[in-house]
Design a protein around this ligand. Sequence first.
Ligand code: PGA
Length: 226
Amino acid sequence: MKKLLVGNWKMNLNAADAVALSKAIQPSLDYDIVICPSLLHLSIVQSLINTSGIKLGAQNVSRETFGSFTGDVCAEQLKDIGCEYVIIGHSERRVKAEESNVEIHTKLQRALEVGLKPILCVGESLEEYKSELTNEILARQLLNVEYNDSLIIAYEPVWAIGTGLVPTNREIENSITTIKSIVNSPVLYGGSVSAKNSSQLDEISCCDGFLVGGASLKADEFNKIY
Ligand code: PGA
């Protein structure tokens, strides 16, 4: 299986920037490339990457199906416009939008029901890392998550996201091993992945790819990761 490289654009870029960036991203022989623009830009990006082999992902999904949920977008709608993947439980949603494990697991079900591939994010905070609670936190976040062919996990230590800090390869390997002992799915690493550190991170044999934030916003940088 090819490794997976996911670009999470978060709430960045206007439409013209999203178009330019989509056009500049190169397909790869070694990686399946997935880009996750804001909800607003999914359709326009989809129309540009359609024939390139680059896949489309969303950054979030409603826990509800169709209905009176103002402002929400459901899994069926994401699938309908061409999304293949959806990021679920990113730490920015767990912390800033106060999403609970229960809500995240409901979203996971919604995604799986319609045939989207969920990328479930898990990872410890700095305090938890310092208190050596990483394994416990991962087990808690993965409680009741069952193996599914389509499920992908992203190990993203919260303290490594957007900070330039990266755990050692050994630490990442330990966390991925813990995750795989609970749910035997492909596991990506995310947190300050860049063109500079990707070849070193690539040495982690149990790691099935990367989830990239900041470095996915510049084509030059993103294309150098693979
Ligand atoms: P980063 O973000 O690469 O900017 O650290 C990763 C993420 O939030 O998924």
